[in-house]
Design a protein around this ligand. Structure first.
Ligand SMILES: NC(=O)c1ccc[n+]([C@@H]2O[C@H](COP(=O)([O-])OP(=O)(O)OC[C@H]3O[C@@H](n4cnc5c(N)ncnc54)[C@H](OP(=O)(O)O)[C@@H]3O)[C@@H](O)[C@H]2O)c1
Length: 332
């Protein structure tokens, strides 16, 4: 099969399309013919291994010390079930599915445990739309529900509202009855307003830390806010949640937990079938929709990673996985 091969940590140019063995589903696994996949900020981080700071050791232990142990990148996927491993009863061949793996989705075929984050695709979503949902929506759900422990009626500020996590955080917060202020660039304001934000601030000209509004939750999805400056606008029981964090935020999390008052919270998003189920239900109820900022083809993998690295990605960057012609130039 054709796949995006990842043999070294570094810039996008180190990725190439090539041949990989067709994966065979083990007991309890399904094989999926991938029709759409994505490049997420998580993929780009793993590829480049940039600024991993305190996570260097655990990440290298997981991904491979000198070079990537698993040679195929990619988390999100949508397509159809192509083969079943022994003991799988939940899916049938040909069934449309979508979901999220840790690695391996930027390929024509992918195997994943049937019990993992994979479900039948809602009829109203195309494969490209379904692939655009899991990474950002699962992270947004976990950060708002489990880390921030949102309450209806609370005031939330979402910084980085136009990214993959942000576009879902805005919609989820609005649906669950929070008052939503979103921060993004001027060019993304219309998009974010359309997702249901009550107020949208231009991050270049409006500094929310100097305003009169008070927030119960600040969700920083991309970095760039600081607790020291944001503390002034946090309500007494406020929580400043960081999706991207380092030593400073971890130290502040410990210190604010001991001292009381507004808290700093950091966390990791999971990818469970139960949460994907919740999100699929919200899509079917019309309360959540995927946002695709960029359509590309798997063959454009290098350009896709460059775009994610630029920080200009909106929502999801989806890659079509068609029939990739044999002999396609190995470097895009
Ligand atoms: N801890 C976890 O488990 C976990 C899980 C998922 C994601 N994350 C992290 O969450 C972060 C966001 O992920 P994502 O997938 O949403 O990213 P993304 O889709 O790549 O976000 C891109 C958006 O960020 C905005 N942006 C870029 N630079 C910015 C800046 N300096 N200040 C404010 N906004 C800026 C841009 O929007 P505008 O220019 O239009 O504002 C752009 O649309 C990443 O660092 C990722 O690693 C962590």
């Amino acid at each position: 099969m054709q796949a995006v091969l990842w043999h070294e940590y570094g810039p996008p140019e180190g990725l190439r399309l090539g041949e990989a063995p067709l994966p065979i589903p083990k007991r309890g696994e399904i094989r999926i013919r991938v029709r759409a996949t994505t490049v997420t900020s998580g993929d780009a981080r793993m590829r480049g291994f940039r600024d991993p700071g305190i996570f260097w050791l655990p990440l290298r232990a997981f991904l491979g010390w000198r070079r990537p142990r698993h040679p195929i990148l990619g988390m999100e996927f949508a397509g159809h079930v192509d083969a079943l491993g022994e003991g799988v009863t939940e899916f049938v061949p040909g069934e449309r599915v979508f979901g999220m793996a840790l690695l391996g989705a930027n390929a024509e075929y992918l195997t994943i445990p049937a019990a993992g984050a994979v479900l039948a695709t809602p009829a109203l979503l195309s494969d490209e739309e379904a692939a655009a949902l899991p990474f950002g929506a699962l992270a947004a759900l976990v950060f708002l529900r489990d880390v921030a422990r949102w309450q209806p009626g609370e005031r939330v500020l979402i910084h980085g509202a136009a990214g993959a996590v942000g576009v879902h955080a805005v919609q989820l917060a609005r649906h669950f009855g929070l008052h939503v202020t979103a921060v993004c660039s001027a060019a993304a304001m219309e998009l974010v307003r359309g997702l249901g934000a009550h107020r949208v601030l231009d991050r270049a000209t409006e500094d929310f830390t100097r305003g009169e509004e008070r927030y119960d939750v600040i969700l920083d999805t991309v970095g760039g806010t600081s607790f020291r400056r944001a503390r002034r606008v946090l309500a007494p029981g406020g929580r400043h949640v960081f999706a991207a964090f380092g030593f400073r935020e971890l130290r502040q999390m410990l210190w604010t937990a001991l001292r009381g008052g507004p808290r700093v919270l950091c966390g990791f998003a999971g990818s469970t079938k139960a949460d994907l189920h919740t999100l699929r239900g919200l899509v079917e109820a019309g309360a959540l929709r995927p946002v695709i900022g960029h359509h590309m083809a798997l063959e454009e993998i290098v350009a896709a990673h460059r775009l994610v690295d630029s920080g200009r990605k909106r929502g999801a960057l989806v890659l079509r996985v068609g029939a990739i012609p044999a002999g396609f130039p190995p470097r895009a």
